[in-house]
Ligand binder design. Sequence first.
Ligand code: KPL
Length: 330
Amino acid sequence: MANMQGINGQIAILGAGAIGQLIHQQLATQINTTQAALKLIVSHERFEQANTNQQLSFTSLDGNSTNYHCQLIDIASNTLMQELAKVKLVIVCVKAYQVASALKPLLAHLPIDSHIMLLHNGMGPHLEVQSLLNSSSTLSANIGLSLATTSQAALKTNAFAIKQTGNGATSLGLFAGPQMDGSLLTLVSRAIPNLMITDNIVTALWTKLTINCAINPLTAIEQCQNGQLAAKQYQSQIAAIIDECVQVARADGVTLDAQQMTKNVAKVIELTAANYSSMHQDIAHQRQTEIDQINGYVVMRARSTDINTPVNQALVEQIHQLQAYYNAHN
Ligand code: KPL
């Protein structure tokens, strides 16, 4: 258990989705919770569903379930500002399209020596948050920004219960501003299994983005598990998606090897064969997807270059059409 005397401040996780709850559980096992150092900031609707003494339920990969206490904070509560004044690290685990709007109202209340860590699928919100930090006030400009990407996976079985479904690696690195406090970084490294600290987090994000570009929209459109993409019929489309990603990444200053990326995508398809991708699940449940922060990010970054991205563009359009269809029928 980490020595909380050495940790000057508190950790707040923003977002109680599957990954938010997973990271909460992993940190909770490292922190002496009687010192109330770990909080979970949730939407007002989610808070209303909770008890004053809410328990979270966690089922591990080997099927063992545990319940543990969690201190919830309502994002719309009057006490939020006082709570934020004590926070030294905010781990943002909301959907990619919610990151900037969820963080914006919190920024002015965070201490100047605090740190933000983004952990979500896709890319783009890091640029929005960086510009929010630079434009909001001189104080916010001192807040450090780290980015993380994870191959861990979890499924929400109800509002306050998750089941872990995958235990891959997580990469974490500083993107802008001062580095995270050393004791917090040690705690996060101990809590999250297979965590790699990298000084090139943007390359790690582009690598994961390319994997998501190849797998997520195709599984959503074909309504299939990840494993079905191993079939021969998808290989030329997957190769074309990867090729466009590699070209745009290069224009962004990131070198990815197309052959290696093809192997990585095939490996993830194999390792997660029985899983339904997050975009498949979003489409199946008629929710907003992260398409604009996945293939849409590649298309957007290509616009200022002479690189064409017709394959990623077509996937963005197909997913937009599916979303528009159910939005119009709900
Ligand atoms: O990250 C994923 C997702 O579903 O969003 C992959 C790697 C495709 C695993 O399902």
